[in-house]
Design a protein around this ligand. Structure first.
Ligand SMILES: CC(C)(COP(=O)(O)OP(=O)(O)OC[C@H]1O[C@@H](n2cnc3c(N)ncnc32)[C@H](O)[C@@H]1OP(=O)(O)O)[C@@H](O)C(=O)NCCC(=O)NCCS
Length: 110
């Protein structure tokens, strides 16, 4: 668990990093979640969160597909907990496929 001060420190670092792209997703005037792209050369790692009440409505999939348009990369990767069915589903629908991994599944889109 992180303290609020630690979280603020982390956020400040993320917002100041030129290789990290953080987007807030909105539907109308409602915030539905956030998505982050950590860029390393031609590769970008994707991570996202959809607000609990907005899940299961396709936002996750759309955030990934729209986000990739905003952050062009040769390869996109994601680390997904094998038990995270919702995440597996929406990354698969966004064109990712599983490439292996022990504790988390490594997914890749080229
Ligand atoms: C993973 C996450 C981003 C998915 O967002 P979302 O907006 O719900 O995604 P989508 O609606 O595009 O797709 C989710 C799919 O999984 C399904 N699903 C959700 N929970 C499920 C479960 N426990 N078992 C089976 N299917 C499930 C949904 O029904 C939907 O499928 P459908 O459209 O065929 O019905 C969201 O659940 C989340 O923020 N989780 C917490 C953070 C997280 O795990 N982030 C991903 C790590 S990178």
């Amino acid at each position: 668990m992180f303290t609020w001060a630690e979280h603020c420190q982390w956020l400040k670092k993320v917002l100041g990093a030129s290789n990290v792209h953080l987007f807030i997703a909105e539907d109308g005037n409602k915030i539905v979640g956030e998505i982050r792209f950590d860029v390393d050369g031609e590769q970008a790692e994707v991570g996202l969160v959809v607000n609990k009440r907005g899940r299961g409505q396709g936002y996750g999939t759309e955030m990934i597909t729209e986000g990739m348009k905003l952050v062009p990369a040769e390869t996109y990767t994601a680390r997904i907990d094998p038990d995270n069915i919702a995440s597996r589903k929406c990354f698969r629908r966004a064109g990712f496929s599983r490439v292996g991994g022990e504790y988390s599944i490594h997914w890749i889109k080229t």
